[in-house]
Write a protein that binds this ligand. Structure first.
Ligand code: URP
Ligand code: ZN
Ligand code: ZN
Length: 472
């Protein structure tokens, strides 16, 4: 059965157009004025609404063994929350820890997601050690369609890699045409600062930011950029949180390094005062890099507006209150992470487009098109065009609401953005032509989601000495 979206205003990263959209067999087959449809076609009236391409969250954690516990979500719960918030595909960090086998871990993550996700999904493969087996394993994983890696410069001895391992990963990534994403904080400095604070008797969540100050992230960002440059690779800084790190990334961009930057919803909207509340209120807002001094937010918004920050993700990583309390007597043991997969689109629309100066096209670009382009999903995802997957967010700009744990779909027992007003929300959300959400309720197929295979891509300026002939 076909699907006709009638009378909406289509907004992509480049165009604004009042037109109908016709869908057959999961993809867009026609866009134009007053389209007619064969009998039996499902028709959705989108008049008065904006029609966006499905939003893509390039950074989420769902299955995550971390800090003596597991992130709270399942693929079923996270994908429904994602869809209600307008995210129709996400890229999950597949993070086996350092002692684990990478390929075994990859299969575990894939099996957890398969048949359990209501929206489409892909993975970034974390490289948490580099040994004699790594090259062959990563080649196999890339051949399977997971064409992006993740490294952590933080979390020493758990997820973290050393500089030598980072270099080998980047060289291999350049050879395979795989982009490498990186958590950029100096692990050594974090370790020393944590010890010093504990010795001084600082045990509460206010110690978290103090142990990971802005220069620690700026150093990690600059070092990653230098390694990307020297390896002739393409890099992507995840969850960049502050002006000094942004400066380091922009300096690298200016000297021609293939470096892309992601910031995440919490860093645009929450500041370190949230994490400095005493007790569990503060713990709810512990993530890394930490929430920062508020003065950083204007730099992040300005960089987003101009495209120096390429994408906006969430770093969705829910731990419940009981889990957060694992760090009640020692801030270094508070599980790091804040959920956000459900809230990102509405928050960035409200505080970026409606109340800020973020252009509607840049909003779509940062939350959908650029993630699709950087991670090998474009033009299948990230736009509305003939041939693209029929992932739409029909957006009601007249909706008014307040975010709260009481009304969220996500399964965590708190909402990091409790009390934030929103001006707009998805009215209808489709995944490959199937209606999955109507007015805040999940109404679709729990098993709709498919694994998105992605091909390697060779970015302009990559060192292609070792790349296959067709990529030079
Ligand atoms: O605090 C965070 N960000 N938790 C998830 C793990 C990571 O560093 O991305
Ligand atoms: Zn991280
Ligand atoms: Zn993360």
């Amino acid at each position: 059965m076909g699907l006709l979206i009638k009378g909406g205003e289509i907004i992509t990263s480049e165009t604004r157009l009042r037109a109908d959209i016709f869908v057959e067999n999961e993809t867009v087959t026609a866009i134009g004025p007053s389209l007619s449809a064969p009998p039996g076609t499902e028709t959705i009236d989108a008049s008065g609404k904006l029609v966006f391409p499905g939003f893509i969250d390039p950074h989420v954690h769902i299955h995550l063994p971390f800090m003596a516990t597991f992130a709270k979500d399942t693929h079923a719960s996270a994908s429904q929350a994602a869809l209600i918030g307008g995210t129709t595909a996400f890229i999950e960090m597949c993070c086996p820890s350092r002692p684990e086998d990478a390929l075994d871990g990859y299969h575990v993550w894939k099996q957890k997601a398969e048949g359990n996700s209501a929206c489409d999904y892909a993975f970034h493969m974390a490289v948490t050690r580099y040994d004699a087996n790594t090259e062959a394993q990563l080649q196999e994983i890339a051949r399977d369609g997971t064409a992006s890696f993740k490294i952590f410069l933080a979390y020493k001895n758990f997820f973290g890699v050393n500089d030598e391992e980072m270099y080998h990963t980047l060289k291999l990534a350049a050879k395979l045409g795989v982009i490498t994403t990186a958590h950029c904080e100096n692990a050594e400095l974090v370790g020393h600062l944590q010890k010093q604070l504990l010795v001084r008797g600082v045990t509460g969540p206010e110690g978290h930011e103090a142990s990971r100050p802005e220069p620690v992230e700026a150093e990690g960002t600059a070092r990653f950029a230098t390694f990307v440059e020297q390896a002739g690779a393409t890099g992507y800084v995840v969850h960049l949180s502050c002006a000094p790190a942004l400066r380091a990334a922009v300096e690298a961009k200016l000297r021609g390094v293939n470096l892309f930057v992601e910031s995440v919803a919490p860093h645009f909207l929450l500041d370190k005062s949230y994490a400095e509340c005493s007790g569990v209120e503060g713990m709810k807002h512990v993530m890394s890099p930490p929430l920062r001094d508020k003065r950083n937010q204007s730099a992040l918004w300005a960089a987003l507006k101009t495209g120096l920050i390429d994408t906006v993700g969430t770093d969705h990583c829910p731990f419940d209150i009981e889990q957060k309390l694992l760090g009640a007597n020692n801030f270094t043991q508070i599980p790091n992470g804040i959920p956000g997969i459900e809230e990102r689109v509405n928050l960035m629309y409200t505080y970026g487009v409606k109340r800020g100066s973020l252009n509607l096209h840049r909003f779509v670009d940062a939350l959908s098109t650029r993630p699709a382009k950087l991670f090998g999903l474009y033009p299948r995802k990230g736009t509305i065009a003939v041939g693209s997957d029929a992932d739409f967010v029909i957006y009601d700009t007249n909706y008014r609401g307040v975010l709260s744990v009481a009304t969220q779909r996500g399964i965590n027992d708190y909402n990091g953005f409790e009390g934030f007003e929103i001006e707009g929300r998805p009215s209808v959300v489709t995944v490959r032509g199937k209606v999955q959400v109507r007015d805040g309720a999940f109404v679709g197929e729990l098993q709709r989601g498919k694994f998105l295979r992605r091909e390697p891509q060779y970015f302009p300026g990559n060192n292609v000495d070792e790349a296959p002939d067709h990529a030079r």
